[in-house]
Design a protein around this ligand. Structure first.
Ligand code: THU
Length: 138
């Protein structure tokens, strides 16, 4: 992965946080844990994990968990520096469509989302804009 030294440092700081977040995932239905680590403007890290429900459609993904938690803690939309998403049960995690829409609403278009599965060499750095080109918004 060709990252700038700054991006690599960000990645290395966020990865253990997202791994820890994935360990907290509540996913008895899918057995597919996901962790997210969101870097705030003031260099704090807010974690999110997927939380499933017996009524499957009520499940909340790790990415939305982190973003909603950050907003609830008073962080401004579009103020975030980066997010890292980690899922150990897949080679490369690709955020779902619902989370891409929420990222589009709450993160700036050029903000990077590091996506990492168990094949760390296959990790991808996508911007919010790349994840949802031509997104709906008003
Ligand atoms: N999931 C996430 O938390 N983030 C993603 O990027 C993809 C999917 C969750 C939802 C559900 O709990 C499980 O992974 C399987 O879809």
């Amino acid at each position: 992965m060709n990252r700038s030294p700054e991006a690599q440092a960000q990645y290395e700081r966020l990865l253990p946080e997202a791994i820890a977040a994935a360990r907290a995932a509540w996913c008895p239905h899918s057995n597919f844990p996901v962790g997210a680590a969101l870097l705030t403007a003031d260099d704090r890290i807010i974690r999110g994990c997927n939380v499933e429900n017996a009524s499957y459609g009520l499940t909340n993904c790790a990415e939305r968990g982190a973003l909603f938690s950050a907003i609830a803690q008073g962080h401004a939309p579009a103020s975030f520096k980066a997010m890292l998403v980690y899922a150990p049960n897949v080679a490369l995690i690709s955020p779902c469509g619902a989370c891409r829409q929420v990222m589009h609403d709450l993160m700036s278009p050029h903000c990077v989302v590091y996506c990492v599965g168990h094949e760390t060499a296959a990790a991808r750095d996508w911007t919010v804009e790349q994840l949802l080109p031509g997104a709906f918004g008003f």
